[in-house]
Every structure is written in structure tokens, then in C-alpha cells.
Design a protein around this ligand. Structure first.
Ligand SMILES: [Zn+2]
Length: 397
């Protein structure tokens, strides 16, 4: 205590002391009364603060949106949990050719699978398009409204000329295909729970979070899929295994500090998105620098999966299987061979299969024309190794 304070007290007259004591007593009484009123109010509202947004209300709104969604279709057992619709593919007056992305990749994967007799195309599951109410489960109204400006969409998908087109055309030709893929990712979790696995031939928009899009990702399908699984599938622990070449900053932002979601992200730290804030929310970060080759990549993956299995026991795995790690991809800058992709996917499916954990695979990034062939070959390998059942068992005769 300082000398100045001591002299204030010792120099006080008795009257001043009485006034100070009475003021103190009145303050204490008032504080108690305010505290009791605050407590009563908290008990009634169930919230911890007058000013805080009613979290319970937004949670119950999210829940009711999920419960009233039509995306969880009943799928007959004659179908296989491979999800695709021709509405996935983007054709936009030739503009799509300005992007290095093969915007018809999804349809080409299915054509290869059908031609190679890996799957009967009549057995492929067709999802529904996610509605605005579905998207609001994760997205803010403000973000969805921003997509009504073609210039904003052009920035997100990185095709500047799209800014010049009327928004109705952008909605129909670009955003609707994405919303169909979102419907596929959400449905994939339901099918994985029922059948053990599901592959959405699209989706994996891992740069988009609830309030922001970017890097060709307009909707946060991974976050949406997981929130639907929490409510509709009674799942409470999800592991995201993100093996696209880029960091998955969208789901990392959405599930920041959410202990129900464990994120293993293996990415090249020298390329987009350089999101250092979101990196803090990765549970297991494995950085693979430009030029990493197949053997080193697969060695790192083996070690990472071992650590993940030790750290977390998921009830669902969401596997973001981008193929932009392929040697020659101008954006991923890694040197993984097509065989390396097949081995990578096999390792992840084996990881899930051996532990009896339902797995959802999304195709995510992959920017070369050769990607579709590589993905189809990898899916065929999963079928040949009996890690997935495409309903095409070869006869023993
Ligand atoms: Zn990527």
C-alpha cells in the first residue's frame, strides 16, 4: 500500500469515515440486488449474458433446418453409394475453359467407371440440390446474398469474365452445379453410415467456410455434411482427412476449437491459401513442400494415420481426396504419381475399413485433364481390393 493512501485514511475525521462506511454498505447491497436480478434473468433465458446472441436459439434453428431438409433421401439397396448427377458438370458458353480446372471432371470419372465396367451407371445415386434453407445450416444470410453479385462469384471461382454475366445465368450455370454437389456430399454421410462407405464424385470445397468463399469453393459442403451427421445420424465424433494439395482452411475455420471434429491436414504450405489463422485449428498438421515425391509422401501419410488413430476415435471419416498432388499439376506443385494416388486412397480406405468406421470420400481439387482417369482407376482399385462393394462381384465360374 502506498504512503499516500495510508495518510488519506489516518487523516480522516470520524464523520468522513462514517460516510465512507455507509456508502460502501449501500454499494454492496445494490450489487447484491443487481446480482440476484441478473441470476433470475439468466435462469429464465438460459443464456449467460444480456448482450450475447441467443446461441440456443440459433442452435435450435440449425437443428430444425436439418430435420426438415429433403437431402437425406431413402436410397434403395439396388443402388451403390456412388453419388453423381449430370447437374454437377459446369458448361458456361466456353468460359469454363479459361480456368485450369477441368469442369467436366465429375462426368468423365463416371463415364470411365461405367466404360470399365466398375459400376452399372443405373446404380449410381443421384442427389438433390441443396436449398437456401439447407445452406443456412452453416452459411450466413449475408454470404449467400453476396453470391447474388456476379462479381463476387467471379472472385470466388477465379474466372474474372463471369463478373460480366447476369446473376441469373451465373446461378444456373455455376452455382446450381455446386449446390447439387453439396447435396451429394451431405447425402454421402447418410449412405456411409448405412453401407460403410460412400463416394461423392464431386464436392470437397474445403476453402469455403460459413461466411466466406474462395479458391473455386462457393459452398462449405464439408461443414454442412458434418452438421447434418451430428443431428440426423447421431454421430458426435468426426475425423476430416484432408489430402488435397491445398490447406483446408474452410472447414478449419468452421470447426475451430470444436472438439467433436479432428482435422488431419496434409498440404503444401508454399501455395494458396496461406491461411495462418486457420492453421491453428488443425489437430494434426503435415506439411509437404513443393517437389515432394511419391515415396516420401506415402511414408508421411502412414505416420500421420498412425498418430490420428492414436489420438481420436471417430464415428465418421470425411476424406477429402484432391488429386492436385499429381506430378505436373500447376497449382499443387507436388510430384505424386498416378499409382501414388491409388496407394494413398487405398491406405485411407483400409484405415477406415479395418476400424469399421464409415467413410465419405470427396474428389475435391485436381486441375488436369488426366485427373478423371486417375480417380476412376483408384476407385476401381478400391473395388478390386474389396474395400468397397460396387455390386459387381466377379463370378467364380
Ligand atoms: Zn487443392
Amino acid at each position: 500500500m502506498s504512503n499516500r493512501v495510508i495518510s488519506m485514511w489516518t487523516g480522516s475525521t470520524p464523520n468522513r469515515v462514517i460516510v465512507i462506511v455507509l456508502t460502501f454498505a449501500a454499494t454492496v447491497k445494490l450489487s447484491h440486488s443487481l446480482y440476484r436480478r441478473l441470476r433470475r434473468s439468466r435462469t429464465r433465458s438460459g443464456t449467460m449474458s444480456f448482450a450475447a446472441p441467443p446461441k440456443n436459439d440459433s442452435e435450435s434453428l440449425r437443428r430444425s433446418r436439418i430435420l426438415s431438409s429433403k437431402l437425406y433421401l431413402d436410397v434403395p439397396s439396388s443402388k451403390v453409394p456412388l453419388i453423381y448427377s449430370s447437374t454437377y458438370d459446369i458448361a458456361f458458353l466456353g468460359i469454363e475453359k479459361l480456368h485450369p480446372f477441368d469442369s467436366a471432371k465429375w462426368g468423365r470419372i463416371c463415364r470411365f467407371l461405367s466404360m470399365d465396367d466398375v459400376v452399372d451407371k443405373n446404380c449410381i445415386v443421384e442427389p438433390k440440390e441443396a436449398t437456401k434453407e439447407d445452406l443456412l445450416v452453416v452459411h450466413t444470410e449475408a454470404y449467400l446474398n453476396s453470391l447474388k453479385k456476379s462479381a463476387d462469384v467471379a472472385m470466388i471461382i477465379e474466372v474474372p469474365p463471369v463478373a460480366l454475366f447476369p446473376n441469373c445465368l451465373v446461378q444456373q450455370k455455376v452455382l446450381s452445379p455446386f449446390r447439387n454437389q453439396v447435396g451429394g456430399t451431405i447425402l454421402a454421410a447418410k449412405l456411409a453410415k448405412e453401407r460403410g462407405w460412400a463416394i461423392n464424385v464431386g464436392g470437397g470445397f474445403h476453402h469455403c467456410c460459413g461466411g466466406k468463399g474462395g479458391g473455386f469453393c462457393a459452398y462449405a459442403d464439408i461443414s454442412l455434411c458434418i452438421h447434418f451427421a451430428f443431428v440426423r445420424l447421431n454421430i458426435s465424433r468426426v475425423m476430416i482427412i484432408d489430402l488435397d494439395a491445398h490447406q483446408g482452411n474452410g472447414h478449419e475455420t468452421d470447426f475451430a476449437n470444436d472438439s467433436r471434429v479432428y482435422i488431419l491436414d496434409m498440404y503444401n504450405p508454399g501455395i494458396y491459401p496461406f491461411d495462418y489463422e486457420a492453421r491453428r485449428f488443425i489437430d494434426q498438421r503435415v506439411e509437404v513442400v513443393s517437389g515432394t515425391t511419391t515415396a516420401e509422401y506415402l511414408r508421411k501419410l502412414d505416420a500421420a494415420l498412425e498418430v490420428a488413430a492414436h489420438n481420436f476415435a471417430p464415428e465418421l471419416i470425411v476424406y477429402n481426396a484432391g488429386t492436385d498432388i499429381l506430378d505436373g499439376d500447376p497449382l499443387g506443385r507436388l510430384k505424386i504419381s498416378p499409382d501414388g494416388i491409388t496407394h494413398r486412397d487405398e491406405k485411407v480406405f483400409r484405415f477406415a475399413f479395418e476400424r469399421n468406421i464409415p467413410i465419405v470420400m470427396l474428389t475435391s481439387g485436381g486441375y488436369m485433364k488426366s485427373s478423371a482417369r486417375v480417380i476412376a482407376d483408384s476407385i476401381a482399385n478400391l473395388s478390386n481390393k474389396s474395400l468397397i462393394d460396387m455390386g459387381r462381384k466377379t463370378s467364380s465360374i
